[in-house]
Ligand binder design. Structure first.
Ligand code: BTN
Length: 257
């Protein structure tokens, strides 16, 4: 990989930068590291068929194109790790405290969500051929109108107004640092950093899965990115994406804290 963020294609209003990037890849040659940046998305996509709210010109909404053909399909969660570590580094460097990675790939500050990621991978044989990494980072927006439960932005946290171009440059550099670690066989370093930044890591919290409510402690993720939670009976539970919901903390503390 050469450079993430070269070129940066500025789009005014677009349906979704992920859709646009996928169309471009299908129809043209797109250089690895290209970023498609939108001022506004008419149908910005979130996880689980949700939409992504972002006020025009206030935030960073973009898609980054990578061709990680050195990553095996079974290891595709490494891309999430690299990107979440990059975003969290950027926020920490900007003085934001309590930054955490909420599995699988949200960025939280305390119990509020500041960034979401939507990764769309194309597979070729046993490896990844292309990865369209859509990132929505709340930067200068102060009022959120969608029913998304707990949004927050950098400005809401610090009171500062941020230059989007400068922020994008810093953010892409942070992602590139971690992507370079992955390319130089630094999986162990990445795994440790990811685990140490996980939201609710090692603390008793409430969850909901198909068998109902339970309390558990996050122990990390397995090789393929499934979430590992130990419950009150010391049983290890393993979850794929969408199989478990995080229950928001109640005011009273859980036993064992
Ligand atoms: C989530 O639900 O947390 C994922 C949100 C991802 C939003 C970004 S904004 C840029 C890119 N284009 C989209 O349509 N979605 C992603």
């Amino acid at each position: 990989m050469k450079y993430i963020g070269f070129p940066i294609i500025m789009l005014g209003s677009i349906d979704s930068t992920n859709n646009y990037a996928n169309r471009q890849i299908a129809e043209h040659e797109v250089v690895e590291g290209t970023v498609f940046l939108a001022e506004y998305q008419t149908t910005g996509k979130g996880q689980q068929y949700n939409s992504w709210e972002s006020e025009r010109g206030k935030n960073l909404t973009f898609s980054l194109v990578l061709y990680p053909d050195f990553v095996e399909i079974m290891k595709q969660f490494m891309i999430s790790k690299v990107v979440t570590l990059g975003i969290s580094d950027f926020l920490i460097k900007n003085g934001i405290k309590e930054v955490a990675i909420k599995w699988p790939n949200d960025i939280y500050v305390g119990d509020k969500k500041i960034a979401g990621i939507l990764i769309e991978n194309t597979i070729q044989g046993p490896v990844l051929a292309a990865s369209v990494i859509g990132i929505g980072l709340n930067v200068n927006q102060e009022i959120f109108i969608s029913p998304a439960p707990n949004p927050v932005s950098m400005k809401m946290l610090t009171g500062l107004a941020y230059d989007l171009e400068e922020s994008l440059d810093q953010l892409l550099k942070s992602i590139m640092n971690w992507y370079n670690v992955l390319q130089s066989n630094g999986q162990k370093v990445i795994d440790e950093a990811f685990e140490s930044r996980m939201y609710r890591y090692g603390t008793w919290s409430g969850y909901h899965c198909e068998t109902g409510y339970f309390e558990g402690k996050i122990l990390g993720v397995d090789e393929i990115g499934r979430l590992l939670i130990e419950d009150r009976d010391e049983k290890l539970r393993t979850f794929h994406f969408k199989e478990v919901a995080f229950i928001q903390p109640k005011k009273t503390e859980l036993p064992g804290e």
